[in-house]
Structures are given as structure tokens and as C-alpha cells.
Design a protein around this ligand. Structure first.
Ligand code: DC
Length: 237
């Protein structure tokens, strides 16, 4: 059957529709920076889904709950309120109303976030919250499973990757005051391995994602490519 013919104006006029843009990829690939800059350009909000796993991991640490205890983590999640407030420098993270933005970036929480995220019940709770946040569109959501699980019908799906050595160097620039190069690299490699090999929603590109390797690209080049994909959707071409 033939598709209905679009009028000239239909093809070229920007749509007022608010898109859901999914940016997935491993740590250090540049997702947060691109998501935040793109959201600003489009007048959208950027949501760092990883910050929600981090907030739950922090609450587990504070309540002496093991990262391996799925039932206890699930119960804890159901008693928890996590809010993400987009700012120019990234998301402000509120855990039960308390600002934990800085704390959730520390190493123990990074490891904890990766460990709590292997549990199906924890993921189920997170995915439901993330869908609530993004359902109306006008959102750039970044994480590991946004294009595969949270919004499998997202308008734009990008899988942003980069050579592991480059990712380690980028991370080191961000956090050089708190960690040595060796421990930073080890932490990143272990988290990568866990995120990619977990049974439930492992980190992998959605079948219809555009895979972008940012190893040899500048931040502006990556941003332009992702913005181009969004503009195409808005112009319906
Ligand atoms: O993006 P981040 O580094 O803040 O994520 C921290 C951890 O949370 C990451 O190692 C795996 C987990 N995570 C996930 O499983 N699914 C997401 N959508 C986002 C993060």
C-alpha cells in the first residue's frame, strides 16, 4: 500500500511536537554533556537516569542494606522519593528532599549504583519512574537502557561510545582530585563489565539506535550530529 503523500508544507515545517530523545552508552562517553547541551538548545529538559540508581545506592549505604539484597532494595525503593532537577551543569539530585548531588558522584556510590542496577525489581521501579518523567516528551534522557527499555519508541535513539582509554582520560579530568588514575581506570572497567554483562537490560545499543563513536570527535561535532537527528524528526524528513 502506498503511504499518504505529504504536502510540501507538511514536510518542511517544524513540528511543535516535543520529542523523546534517548542517549545511551557507557560511562565517560560524554552522554551527560551532550544531553545537557542538546536539551538547552531545544528548550527541553535533560534527565540523568543514572543519578536515580546512584541515589538509591546512597540510601542503601546509609541504611546498611547490602547491594546484593534485591528484596530489601526493592522495599527501600518503594519508600524513596528521588527528584532530578535539570541545571546547566547537570542534574541536581534530591533524595527524599535532601540535596545529594555531590555525594552521589563519589566512588562508593558509583560502584553501588552499578551493583543495585543488576536487580530486575530495582530496574522495574526505576523504569516506571523514568517513564513518568519523560512521557510528555521534550526530554533528553540519558542512561544505559533508555532506547531499549524505558522508551523503546523514542523519537531519537543514540548510542554514544568511545574508546575505553579516552573515556578513562575524560573521567580523570573530571575527578582527578579525588581518585588516582589507576583506581579510576579500574573502577570504570569493572562498572563497564558489570553494566554490559548483567542478565537484565544489559548496556547495548537498541536495534534502531544510531551508534556514534566519539573517540575522534569533538564535543561540538557530536552535539551537531545528535541535533541533526532531532531536527530531522521535527521536520518529518
Ligand atoms: O550514568 P551513571 O554513570 O551515573 O550510572 C551509574 C550506574 O547506574 C551505571 O553504572 C549503571 C546504572 N544505570 C543503569 O543501569 N541504567 C541506566 N539507565 C542508568 C544507569
Amino acid at each position: 500500500m502506498l503511504a499518504p503523500v505529504k504536502s510540501h508544507s507538511e514536510m518542511n515545517e517544524p513540528s511543535s511536537r516535543k520529542l523523546i530523545i534517548a542517549i545511551d552508552g557507557p560511562a565517560g562517553a560524554g552522554k551527560s554533556t551532550i544531553a545537557s547541551r542538546l536539551a538547552r538548545k531545544l528548550g527541553y529538559v535533560n534527565l540523568e537516569s543514572g543519578a536515580m540508581y546512584r541515589a538509591l545506592a546512597l540510601k542503601a549505604i546509609e541504611n546498611d542494606i547490602s547491594f546484593d539484597d534485591e528484596t530489601a532494595l526493592d522495599n527501600l525503593a518503594h519508600k524513596t522519593k528521588i527528584m532530578l532537577e535539570p541545571t546547566i551543569g547537570g542534574n541536581r539530585v534530591l533524595l527524599d528532599g535532601r540535596d545529594v548531588t555531590q555525594r552521589v558522584r563519589e566512588t562508593d556510590v558509583s560502584e553501588g549504583a552499578s551493583r543495585v542496577s543488576v536487580h530486575p525489581k530495582v530496574r522495574e521501579w526505576m523504569v516506571a519512574r523514568q517513564r513518568e518523567l519523560g512521557v510528555d516528551g521534550g526530554v533528553v534522557m540519558e542512561g544505559r537502557d533508555i532506547g531499549t527499555k524505558v522508551f523503546p519508541d523514542a523519537d531519537v535513539k543514540v548510542f554514544l561510545d568511545a574508546d575505553p582509554v579516552i573515556r578513562e582520560q575524560r573521567r580523570l579530568k573530571q575527578y582527578s582530585r579525588t581518585l588516582s588514575a589507576e583506581s579510576m581506570a579500574a573502577e570504570l572497567r569493572e562498572r563497564d563489565r558489570r553494566d554490559r554483562t548483567r542478565a537484565n537490560s544489559p548496556l547495548e545499543p537498541a536495534k534502531d539506535a544510531v551508534v556514534l563513536d566519539s573517540t575522534a570527535l569533538s564535543e561540538d561535532e557530536v552535539l551537531n550530529r545528535v541535533e541533526e537527528l532531532a531536527q530531522k524528526k521535527l521536520l518529518r524528513v
